[in-house]
Design a binder for this molecule. Structure first.
Ligand SMILES: Nc1nc2c(ncn2[C@@H]2O[C@H](COP(=O)(O)OP(=O)(O)OP(=O)(O)O)[C@@H](O)[C@H]2O)c(=O)[nH]1
Ligand SMILES: [Mg+2]
Length: 228
């Protein structure tokens, strides 16, 4: 029985990886930078997206796929900050998005007219780490109220991520959280991870985040990824 279960899971993961490869190719062909935002519940993904859309919406063509377990609250929130269609994916209990859901959501988006795609994953520090959505890069958000040791407790998430956004830095005066210790733990599991320190309340660190997004779009436009 247990052997059969493992086989089933492997088949499901293999199928996901196939679809993710298709998604990646579609995005690369269209020159779209696709960020998969992952974090524990409530780390600030939707709020950062709201800020980002307010700042970049008139400058870049930004599309959003918002995943949630049960509601479309986040998609509704995000839609108030953009004129573009926001795709809501309700996973009906699943703790992560999968590549098929993203592939289907992309069908309603004009990728050739899109610069930047944000995929807001389900808030969970375990499940989304294992599921390739065809994105590049994966960005983990990590708020200062969560404790410095999250990278050690959930290493796969931080190992898979290319960037970490330390959010809610406006709360640092009120919580015992050592930024250097937290960043050190993240580097222990992923020496190449790069950081942004942000507050969506005060706007601290948001200009650097926006500059990074602009540079990613510019890089892909000037040096398209070679698709074999
Ligand atoms: N103080 C402070 N609060 C923030 C910041 N960013 C988000 N919040 C608050 O944190 C709470 C959760 O923020 P969301 O953006 O909904 O978090 P999320 O990661 O999208 O949550 P899920 O989608 O449920 O996983 C909200 O009450 C926000 O107002 C921040 O930079 N500083
Ligand atoms: Mg959210």
């Amino acid at each position: 029985m247990s052997v059969r279960l493992i086989e089933v899971r492997e088949t499901v993961m293999a199928r996901n990886n196939e679809v993710a490869a298709t998604v990646r190719r579609r995005l690369e062909d269209a020159g779209v930078v696709a960020l998969n935002l992952v974090s524990s519940p409530g780390a600030g993904k939707t709020t950062l997206l709201e800020r980002t859309l307010d700042a970049l919406g008139s400058e870049l063509s930004v599309a959003v796929v918002a995943g949630d377990v049960q509601t479309q609250n986040d998609a509704d929130r995000i839609a108030r900050h953009t004129s573009a269609l926001v795709q809501a994916v309700v996973t009906a209990g699943a703790c992560h998005l999968d590549a098929r859901q993203v592939d289907e959501a992309l069908s309603a988006i004009d990728l050739d007219a899109t610069d930047l795609l944000f995929i807001e994953n389900v808030g969970n520090l375990v499940c989304p780490a294992a599921w390739d959505l065809g994105e590049r890069p994966k960005v983990v958000l990590f708020s200062v109220t969560e404790g410095e040791d999250k990278p050690l407790k959930y290493p796969r998430m931080f190992r898979e991520a290319h960037y970490a956004v330390l959010t809610k830095t406006d709360l640092l005066p009120y919580v015992p959280f050592d930024l250097d210790v937290a960043m050190g733990f993240a580097r222990d599991v992923n020496p190449n991870i790069e950081f942004f320190l942000t507050s969506s309340m005060t706007g601290a660190g948001i200009p650097e985040w926006l500059e990074f997004l602009r540079a990613e779009v510019h890089r892909l436009t000037r040096h398209p990824v070679a698709v074999p």
